[in-house]
Design a protein around this ligand. Sequence first.
Ligand SMILES: [Zn+2]
Length: 199
Amino acid sequence: MNLSSYAALAVRLANSAAHAPGEPDPLGSPAECAGALGDCLAGPVTRRDLDVLRYVRAEFTAIFDAAARGDDQDAMARLNALLVQFPIQPEMTDHDQARWHVHLASQGSVGDRFAAGAIIGVALTVSGLGVSRLGVCAIASCPQVFIDASPGKSRRYCAEHAAARGNVSTLRREPTGLQPQSPAGQAKEVPGRATSAAS
Ligand SMILES: [Zn+2]
């Protein structure tokens, strides 16, 4: 398990605040929370877990907002505070005959474990990609956050709106991408492969 992939938990948690008007807050009750995040939670949710998750959700929202407006200092000060409050307990494991690798130890409350995983995930993601990869959807009315893992750092929309706009951008890109510089250009690039493919 790549610990940076836990950053997806932070995105899910932050975006749980963007519930539709009239719909219950996914962190409003243990039952709602289990329905929204149960697949990532290590057991039954208590009231204290809800308090922890609501607090961390607000902090993640503030971190993504700060990063999106270029205030790296504020974003990282908040992340540092979370790292102190929700320390991880790493351990080595070789489950399922995989090579030995780092896991998070199974200890602490449900809320604390979720928070610690999400926080270290964001920290490692920032380390690998940069603070500017934490984004807020470019649609003004949409508060949803995302992590931009695109090679060209080109992402602007949350998952929901990126999916809605994906077809448009693909159609726009394709014509330039598919046209070779010259008819012979492609054959010259990989003569070895072209020969072996033909034989
Ligand atoms: Zn959006």
